[in-house]
Design a protein around this ligand. Structure first.
Ligand code: ATP
Ligand code: MG
Length: 778
């Protein structure tokens, strides 16, 4: 048997080596669903199935990349041929080849959410509609939901119910906006995110030959996180799998958290009806979390009525109970999170990447960030603007998009007067009107400005001509130069860099750095492509990656950071220590999602997802008052806290007790009274004992309040001589519990801040705080 298969338990092995036929794995969090998918692909390949015939659909690009990496470890370079990625990225690739059937150019642009919303905003304005009634974001999500339910413009106008619903919502013009938006995207040679699915469906239904071709190609299809597929995705999978029926889906109904975006939990429930002879597998052993975490999560999800009953157990350690902490305010909550991370990290010598802070709404990150910054803890927020959505980056990529597809209206509007060239908004508006009236693209009009009758004066016409000349020169260069050379040339000659340099502020300088970073990225991409035999148009492919990049992809900067993200974003991920903050009624469960049982159950599944991300320790925090909607409101602990079985939680502060300054000293500053209660005398004692063994110079060890902590000294370092009075000096050989033997190469700081840089024999160099690093001088 292949060696990697021994890394699976029996229940996991069965579906892994089940090669043919439809199959579904329904199993709880952390039970190895993703691992089975990964190993199953390796196994299929080892059984002679061609990597070109396998399609794996994942929830994020990052997950796809990691899976591919793992498969490559097992099967080698063949893994490169696998079709693996998110629905959007895989089907964008197919549409590049096949989009011409639907009238799209192969170099179609992908409009990201920002582009789509800008266009919708423009349409609402052009139609003279009330922008308070027609809020761009609402219009966007409405149109998105039509598309994901495969309601085309034509279907919309044949559906009185939909039209009535929009009229009732005081948006009777929705259909017209929808139509205009779709027409404009089409004319611009652009697809938005939803089009990537909608058009694929259209392609596979209208063109049976194309469908047959891809059915034949994708003989084995695997889908992760199946519970979160929407109708459009579901239909694509079903169409493609219809011929060979070798389809393997994995998921957990208890983790379905995207109903609000059209995901349909019934896709998982009905799988058995969709195919003949479905084999169903269950995995029950959780490998991720401690018994306490698994127990807590199980007891929470029990409260949902709609669910597939399943068992989740673990052979892992009991671990610590889930800690529930009450804070006064969000700032106080942030302080608690930061100081707990800091202390845990120091006590256990953990990297920052072991910690994650999860929240229900992105707005909650601010207070956490402030607190982490004060502690100098590096962090990264996921799910904000992706790198590629920053203004300066979008400006550069808009030029590149325009070079490839000059019909791209959003790209053109972005750069036609940036950097400023004296082409004003009035001119642009007139061009838009003329373009709409004539069915031509704006670029086409400008290019032929002399033969177009339009009210634009001679001076402005000259400027427009110059702009076209500039873009045309880039197009010529694109025929021979590689994507990197072209992009670098564009940033220099378009005036973009010059424009950014004018702004001497640190923000301005960061923007220039970002542009440089983008260029580096393009360079890497081009170099990576040169290794590929069938490298296509590198600029087009790079731009596609950019459009579909999410914030989870392509980690930039130091990977050792605390991760901050919304719970939705954390799906499928795992961290040693997880803080779930803002555990308050109306926040989590969200006030907007408590109207029906099914909404509340989705919130509870979200909580289940959050809890099950933790491997070793989960913390739940709530505040007594919080600023919301501009007001300080009294908050109440979330009902979800009480739903956890008592035996798995450690409620450090009573849930219902009102704030009492006499009891709760944290109002007096940084002292956190809960910390005192945390400190089990045993722990302190144990540490003392260990210190006596290792440090030879026992000091007082009371882990209580941060203030007292400061008094704990292991080693005094005289700044001048850099010599520690505990005999620790540069050159000493020391032993560390986790890192083993090493040599002291630098000492700095004094008292509680005394640090030593130690080069360990295992090759790593660490900067350790002496009062926590239990060093033994050898
Ligand atoms: P989720 O529902 O959160 O997506 P999952 O079911 O996909 O979870 P995995 O992410 O595949 O679970 O596995 C959870 C963790 O357990 C991973 O760290 C994985 O490497 C580990 N794991 C899974 N199976 C085994 C096994 N048989 N032996 C050791 N570790 C395992
Ligand atoms: Mg998974």
């Amino acid at each position: 048997m292949e060696k990697y298969l021994s890394q699976l338990n029996e229940a996991q092995l069965e579906p892994t080596i089940q090669v043919n036929g439809p199959m579904i794995i329904i199993a709880g969090a952390g039970s190895g669903k993703t691992r089975v998918l990964t190993y199953r692909i390796a196994y299929l390949m080892s059984k002679g199935i061609d990597s070109f015939n396998i399609l794996a659909l994942t929830f994020t690009n990052k997950a796809a990349k990691e899976m591919k990496g793992r498969i490559a470890d097992i099967v080698g370079d063949e893994a490169k041929n696998l079709w693996m990625g998110t629905f959007h990225s895989v089907f964008a690739k197919i549409l590049r080849f096949e989009g011409h059937h639907l009238g799209y150019p192969s170099n179609f642009t992908i409009y990201d959410t920002q582009d789509s919303q800008k266009l919708m905003g423009a349409i609402i304005r052009e139609m003279g509609l009330d922008k308070d009634l027609y809020k761009t974001k609402q219009v966007y999500s409405r149109i998105s939901s039509y598309k994901n339910s495969l309601v085309t413009v034509k279907a919309y106008f044949k559906n009185p119910e939909l039209m009535e619903a929009d009229a009732m919502a005081r948006r009777p013009k929705m259909g017209e906006i929808y139509k205009e938006y779709v027409d404009r995207c089409f004319k611009a040679g652009a697809m938005d995110f939803d089009d990537l699915l909608l058009r694929t469906n259209e392609l596979l239904t209208r063109f049976p030959n194309v469908l047959a071709q891809y059915q034949d190609k994708f003989r084995y299809i695997l889908v992760d996180e199946y519970q979160d597929t929407n109708h459009s995705q579901y239909l694509i999978v079903r169409a493609l799998a219809d011929r060979f029926q070798n389809i393997c889906v994995v998921g957990d109904d208890a983790q379905s958290i995207y109903a609000f975006r059209g995901a349909n939990i019934n896709n998982i429930m009905n799988f058995q009806k969709d195919y003949d002879g479905v084999k169903m597998f269950r995995l029950e052993q959780n490998y991720r979390s401690t018994k306490n975490i698994v127990g807590a999560a199980n007891s929470v999800i029990e409260h949902n009525k709609t669910k597939i009953d399943k068992i989740v157990w673990t052979a892992n350690n009991e671990g610590e109970k889930v800690i529930v902490h009450r804070a006064m305010t969000d700032a106080d909550e942030g302080r608690y999170v930061a100081s707990t991370i800091w202390e845990t990290k120091m006590n256990n010598q953990l990297p920052h990447s072991e910690f994650a802070v999860l929240y229900r709404t992105n707005a909650q990150s601010r207070a956490i960030e402030d607190a982490l910054r004060k502690r100098d803890l590096p962090y990264r927020i996921y799910g904000g603007l992706s790198f590629y959505q920053r203004k300066e980056i979008k400006d550069v990529t808009a030029y590149l998009r325009l070079i490839l597809n000059s019909a791209d209206e959003e790209a053109l509007k972005r750069v036609i007067n940036y950097p400023a060239r004296g082409i004003g908004q009035t001119t642009i508006d007139r061009l838009v009107v003329a373009a709409n009236a004539s069915g031509r693209t704006i670029y086409d009009l400008i290019k032929n400005i002399d033969s177009v009758s339009i009210n634009i004066n001679g001076g402005t016409k000259n400027k427009l001509r110059d702009f076209v000349t500039l873009i045309e020169s880039y197009k010529v260069m694109n025929q021979t130069a590689n994507a990197f050379d072209l992009s670098e040339h564009v940033t220099k000659t378009s005036g973009l860099i010059r424009e950014l340099s004018k702004d001497g502020t640190p923000e301005g300088i960061t923007k220039i750095d970002n542009v440089q970073e983008l260029l580096n990225g393009i360079k890497d991409f081009v170099e990576g492509q040169m290794e590929l035999a069938d490298a296509g148009d590198s600029l087009a492919e790079f731009l596609e990656d950019v459009a579909l990049a999410t914030d989870l992809d392509g980690d930039k900067g130091d990977p050792d950071h605390v991760a901050l993200m919304s719970i939705h974003m954390a799906k499928g991920l795992e961290f040693g220590h997880v803080f779930i903050v803002g555990m308050e009624e109306d926040l989590f469960p969200s006030a907007m999602s408590m109207n029906t049982r099914s909404e509340l159950e989705e919130e509870r599944r979200l909580f289940y997802v959050a809890l099950t991300r933790a491997e070793k320790q989960a913390y739940l925090t709530y505040t007594l008052s919080r600023y919301r909607w501009g007001k300080l409101i009294d908050a109440e602990p979330s009902r979800f806290i009480e739903e956890i079985d008592e035996e798995f939680v450690n409620i450090v502060t009573p849930l219902k007790e009102r704030f009492n300054p006499m009891l709760d000293a944290s109002i007096f500053g940084d002292i956190e009274p809960n910390r005192v209660r945390f400190a089990k005398p045993k722990t302190a004692k144990l540490q003392k004992k260990e210190s006596m063994k290792t440090m030879k110079k026992p000091e007082k060890f009371i882990i209580s309040t941060p203030k007292k902590l400061k008094r704990v000294k292991h080693a005094k370092v005289s700044d001048a001589s850099n010599v520690v009075d505990t005999k620790l000096t540069v050159g000493n050989t020391v032993n560390h519990q986790r890192f083993g033997r090493g040599e002291v190469i630098k000492l700095e700081g004094s008292g509680a801040d005394a640090k030593a840089e130690i080069k360990f024999q295992n090759g790593v160099t660490k900067n350790l705080l002496l009062r926590f690093a239990k060093l033994e001088i050898l």
